[in-house]
Design a protein. Structure first.
Length: 266
């Protein structure tokens, strides 16, 4: 399932519009920087309302959260999935952190994702990164980690990065296959899908990837649309509305392309 980071209602509306036009489910991701802002709970409640009003299944997920208090706040605001990110910790401490989140999230029927291994880059920044071999997920750790953590989704490092790729992206498909074999049917998550070739995205489902995260591609396309058209905007509501429509149309187009590719329709 494709998951798009949404920094506001405009992005969410565009993503959901694209998903509805294709009859496909989608995930609306909220970055921890957005969720942790003063307006964070209001943003999540807004995305929850958009999701509930959709004619296709839409999930609202807090992404890359390292703080249990923030996770609780997001769940209270309406998130129905969270990434309890302990990837910066040793595997046993990572598992313990995820388990602590799983304990109270289960009471609310909230899905908990974990990350094992270190995916280079930061989800909020469009910087250039190369895959780090040291950060790739060790398949040998997967079974014990899943048993200890209770994670329902597993984000893994297999040559993917957040932000832009340095050089040609090279997903380690043999490693992904070993992780899938070790994961005991727990769906895998691929972060850093922006910039991957279409053939890689189409191959994800068969490789055991249940969710693919997209941020940089959508965000940079929307910002480029603003940059291209901001010079023609005068200080009146008509032009502002026109600019908003232009940016939204770009967001819908990018979202549709990703949805079509992941669904195998393109």
């Amino acid at each position: 399932m494709p998951a798009f980071t949404c920094y506001g209602a405009d992005t969410a509306l565009a993503v959901v519009s694209a998903a509805e036009s294709l009859g496909l489910p989608v995930v609306l991701l909220v970055a921890p920087s957005s969720a942790g802002a003063d307006t964070g709970p209001r943003l999540i409640r807004t995305l929850r309302a958009i999701a509930d009003d959709s004619v296709v299944p839409v999930c609202v997920q807090l992404d890359h959260a390292k703080d249990s208090a923030l996770i609780r706040t997001a769940i209270d605001a309406g998130a129905d999935a969270v990434l309890a990110d302990g990837s910066h910790l040793p595997p046993d401490e990572n598992a313990a952190f995820v388990r602590s989140i799983r304990t109270f999230a289960a009471e609310r029927d909230v899905v908990v994702e974990a990350e094992l291994g270190g995916i280079p880059g930061a989800e909020d920044h469009a910087t250039v990164h190369a895959a780090d071999v040291a950060g790739k997920t060790d398949p040998g750790l997967v079974p014990s980690f899943l048993d200890a953590s209770g994670a329902q989704l597993l984000a893994c490092g297999v040559g993917n990065v957040h932000g832009h790729y340095h050089g040609v992206p090279a997903i380690d498909w043999p490693l992904l296959a070993r992780i899938r074999e070790s994961s005991r049917a727990v769906p895998l998550v691929l972060h850093g899908a922006s910039g991957l070739p279409a053939e890689d995205l189409r191959a994800c489902g068969a490789a055991g990837v249940g969710k693919v995260n997209v941020n940089t591609e959508l965000r940079t396309a929307m910002l480029a649309a603003v940059e291209d058209h901001i010079g023609s905007v005068r200080a009146d509501g008509e032009d502002m509305l026109s600019l908003t429509r232009t940016v939204m149309a770009k967001a819908v187009a990018v979202s549709r392309d990703v949805l079509l590719t992941l669904s195998g329709r393109s």
